[in-house]
Design a protein around this ligand. Structure first.
Ligand code: ADP
Ligand code: MG
Length: 331
């Protein structure tokens, strides 16, 4: 699997103005020199908006904008985070007892998601301390996945400080899972492309098991990514999770309708594969089983044969539990 490890290369910091600036700022912040730098890119999705969390394949590609972190491992068990953007305040915590507050998606919590993901994967009770200076240039909350770039970068920083190795696929799976600690129920596309992207090619990302295949871009093709300058913070609002929950409930109702064990079903693709049918047949099943008008919570409970309380506490996420009820979308 070594070929699939994240790439490492030696660079002359003096030859890279961004690294040089980061090194100088690191020095004035921590009074020392970074030992290494880690970067993870943002992404744009070409095909498959919002279907990764339904288990379906997507085609994203990385963008040049990225998250860059200068790192110095330290002997204490303290994690100190700073950011080149004064919008994001300094943060410090003991590296042994990481708490991620889902109710407040503060920037450092995204770092902690990646940090905790690696800790849990290796079953470590203690993590080494480190000083980190983060420099991101992905427009935040703009749909280019700045959040996942930060989570992935933090995961790779932590792995490197520990001196351990994982393949890019393993890292992507760990970070997809650990970004959910912030409260968003993402499907895994963003973390997968952040680790698996390659220059000059988009990737077909497929799930269960996670795999990425090159999708050659036409030579000379130019992709224009326009920024509407409207921000949507996915963890601070419920819009993202509402869509995930709507798809999840549809999957459960379909599974129940077809006589499948529905309790553990989370994604529409699981229903399709359990039924052993094609995508076209799945569409017919969906049209037959679901009506186009919005479902009320009461109707969903009737379809599933469960109480409103069970729907709220065992299926919905904290930020979708208390939305509108009858005749409305779930929040
Ligand atoms: P996106 O579509 O960019 O992933 P999200 O709402 O999921 O949007 O995540 C945006 C959050 O990611 C920001 O509110 C901030 O907490 C974090 N973030 C983005 N860029 C940076 C950065 N340069 N430094 C620190 N945190 C950042
Ligand atoms: Mg995000």
């Amino acid at each position: 699997m070594a070929a699939e490890d994240p790439a490492t290369r030696r660079v002359q910091v003096a030859e890279h103005p961004r690294l040089l600036k980061l090194k100088e700022m690191f020095n004035s912040k921590f009074g020392s020199t970074p030992k290494f730098y880690v970067r993870a890119p943002g992404r744009v999705n070409i095909i498959g908006e919002h279907i990764d969390y339904c288990g379906y394949s997507v085609i994203p590609m990385a963008v040049e904008q990225d998250m860059l972190i200068a790192v110095e491992p330290v002997k204490t068990h303290t994690l100190q985070l700073a950011n080149t953007d004064p919008l994001y305040p300094d943060f410090s915590t003991t590296a042994n007892n990481i708490c991620i507050d889902k109710t407040k998606p503060l920037w450092h919590n995204y770092f902690l998601c990646g940090f905790k993901g690696i800790q849990e994967h290796f079953g470590l009770s203690k993590l080494p301390g480190m000083n980190c200076l983060v420099d991101g240039n992905i427009p935040p909350s703009s749909g280019l996945s700045s959040s996942s770039a930060l989570v992935c970068c933090a995961g790779l920083v932590t792995l490197t400080v520990l001196g351990l190795r994982l393949s890019k696929v393993e890292l992507a799976e760990i970070c997809a899972k650990s970004e959910r600690y912030i409260g968003t129920e993402g499907g895994g596309m963003d973390q997968s492309i952040s680790f698996l992207a390659e220059e000059g090619t988009a990737k077909l990302i497929e799930f269960s098991p996670l795999r990425a295949t090159n999708v050659k871009l036409p030579s000379g093709a130019v992709f224009v990514i326009a920024n509407s300058c409207m921000e949507m913070n996915k963890a601070a609002t419920s819009h993202f999770n509402v869509r995930v929950m709507e798809c999840r409930l549809a999957a459960k109702v379909l599974a129940k309708h077809k006589g499948l064990q529905w309790d553990n079903v989370l994604r529409l693709e699981e229903v399709q594969s359990k039924l052993g049918i094609s995508l076209e047949e799945m569409l017919l099943v969906t049209e037959d089983a679901l009506h186009p008008e919005p479902y009320s919570r009461e109707e969903i409970c009737r379809c599933l044969g469960i109480s409103l309380e069970r729907l709220r506490t065992q299926i919905l996420t904290p930020n979708t539990q208390d939305g509108e009820s009858s005749g409305q979308r779930i929040a």
